[in-house]
Design a protein. Structure first.
Length: 213
């Protein structure tokens, strides 16, 4: 059981684009849920590229994170794949469009990595939020140079400035389980509501219970 990765095999070498800032990457990662954080969420999933609506100010918020030295990684549960409703290929068209819309509005709004969990909730996957496996996997991919053989989900890490942003309690649990600050993105506003807090290393983040189930 492994996460899916947009545009590549999950263990393939990750070619990172340079960060739009002066300093070297310090290991900080902004882990972002997708629906309700970047684009408007839906209780019935985002099933088609036509249903993707990037929320106001999101491209600039993603750009601001990278200009401040964060790598940006989307971690999204996509159980429709495991339920047999649609395929990885359908999801890839949605993620291509998401990347295009972000870049069109802000040239720095690069998504360094998109991981998704295709697993159904009852499969017990360590790579489905609220489990922290996707965040662990992302960390190892972002740190690696070259392809890797597998994920060590017990690996040690130092991500003092990292953060997980999500609209649901399961997102915040995943972040807490991974050991990073967590921020609740409110409905209909998403990432722009909390991006300045994420950028403030002294902000300790939100409580898990601040987000709806
Ligand atoms: Mg969400």
């Amino acid at each position: 059981m492994l996460p899916g990765r947009h545009g590549a095999g999950v263990f393939d070498e990750l070619q990172l684009q340079a960060l739009p800032c002066e300093s070297e990457w310090d290991g900080s990662i902004a882990y972002l849920d997708r629906d309700g954080v970047l684009n408007t969420g839906s209780p019935d999933y985002i099933n088609d590229v036509g249903e993707l609506k990037v929320m106001t100010g999101v491209p600039e918020a993603v750009g601001a994170l990278r200009r401040a030295g964060f790598r940006v990684c989307v971690v999204t549960n996509q159980s429709p794949i495991g339920r047999g409703l649609w395929t990885d290929k359908r999801l890839a068209t949605i993620h291509d469009e998401l990347e295009a819309q972000l870049l069109q509005a802000d040239v720095d709004a690069v998504l360094d990595l998109i991981l998704y969990s295709p697993h159904v909730p009852w499969a017990g996957s360590p790579f489905r939020k609220p489990e922290p496996g996707m965040l662990m996997a992302a960390r190892q991919l972002l740190e690696s140079s070259g392809s890797i053989d597998g994920f060590d989900i017990e690996a040690e890490f130092n991500e003092a400035r990292s953060a997980m942003v999500g609209d649901r309690r399961s997102d915040l649990r995943a972040g807490k389980n991974h050991g990073v600050r967590v921020f609740h993105a409110p409905e209909q506003i998403g990432l722009p509501a909390v991006v300045n807090r994420v950028l403030d290393a002294d902000d300790e983040g939100d409580d898990i219970m601040s987000a709806p189930v």
